[in-house]
Design a protein around this ligand. Structure first.
Ligand code: NAD
Length: 293
């Protein structure tokens, strides 16, 4: 059996189309949607990420502003910047680019983002509200995973689901989502004694660990829905023996695709869906702010 590929790129482009329509509607009826990204320091990766955010926003009609602070900005200066953006009615969404310089407390900074403007869903208040199944804005990667599971068509009620990796931003919120949908959920992590024992029972298997190809085909139940969140950069020989850089997931895709019922590829699965969810959250943030007035 060869698994159905859950094509994150294709789904993401459908979602972007819907977001573009929604943005046009809000812009006409209520004024522009504006996303502000705060970048502390001149980290090259952060700048590159901001540039791709800008392009995406331009494409969908969202206004975008990069707010730059110096590498040595004090904690109070970063918090004051967030207070200013929180209070500005023209700013409808806020992102803080990570990683922050080591002298800053990322958790404290994330607490300061208005939960109604927190388009990445990283304010601990939003993450905590996932527990109640009513976040104002949920973490984007967890949303991406849940959307991919939904599109797989699997019946969650009563299903055995296993989430490998229990980070605050991905594994735990996904675990809660599956519980809210009445799956029987097992949360695995670094201290799990017999990982294979658990994963082999899973009708739905979500892996968010950060270890290349941790999950081999023989750890997967035939017909399972497999969602691979991992993004790992590896150097390995190509077919001619030359060392090349590749991006691989936490699941051994080549083997898993022969066993699973449906599977996300890496790249092209959870990654593009996460970006699509950021855009969807950007519209959702505006909707919720209007509802609050
Ligand atoms: P994290 O580092 O915060 O947490 C890793 C989790 O994996 C922990 O719960 C740890 O206990 C568990 N773990 C580690 N080794 C294990 C093992 N051998 N067996 C079982 N569990 C083990 O991870 P994170 O921030 O959730 O990221 C996980 C992966 O997902 C990374 O590769 C990251 O790059 C990727 N990621 C992708 C996206 C996306 O948009 N596609 C977004 C966020 C993270």
């Amino acid at each position: 059996m060869t698994a159905r590929i859950l094509d994150g790129k294709e789904y993401a482009s459908e979602i972007r189309l819907q977001v573009t329509r929604d943005v046009a509607w809000f812009t006409t009826h209520h004024g522009p949607i504006k996303l502000c990204a705060v970048l502390v320091g001149s980290d090259a990766a952060g700048r590159l990420y901001a540039e791709s955010q800008r392009k995406l926003c331009v494409k969908t009609g969202v206004k975008y502003e990069l707010v730059e602070l110096p590498e040595d900005a004090a904690q109070d200066a970063v918090l004051a910047t967030l207070d200013r953006l929180n209070a500005d009615p023209e700013v409808t969404g806020i992102i803080v680019q990570l990683p922050l310089p080591a002298h800053l407390d990322a958790a404290l900074v994330q607490w300061r983002i208005d939960p109604y403007k927190d388009v990445e869903g990283v304010n601990p208040a939003n993450i905590g509200l996932v527990f109640y199944n009513e976040p104002i804005l949920a973490p984007c990667t967890a949303l991406a995973v849940t959307e991919l599971i939904r599109r797989s068509g699997v019946e969650l009620r009563g299903a055995d689901a296993v989430v490998v990796g229990q980070s605050r931003i991905v594994g735990k919120p996904v675990t809660m989502f599956l519980l809210h949908n009445e799956a029987t959920v097992t949360g695995c992590h670094i201290a799990t004694r017999d990982l294979a024992h658990h994963t082999r029972q899973a009708d739905v298997l979500v892996v968010a660990v950060g270890k290349p190809r941790l999950i081999a085909a023989d750890l997967i139940k035939p017909g399972a829905v497999v969602i691979d969140v991992g993004i790992n950069r590896v150097r390995e020989p190509d077919e001619n023996g030359k060392l090349v850089r590749r991006t691989v997931g936490d699941v051994d895709f080549a083997g898993a695709v022969e066993v699973a019922g449906a599977i996300t590829p890496v790249p092209g699965g959870v990654g593009p869906m996460t970006v699509a969810m950021l855009l969807r959250n950007t519209v959702e943030a505006t909707r919720k702010q209007l509802g609050r007035r």
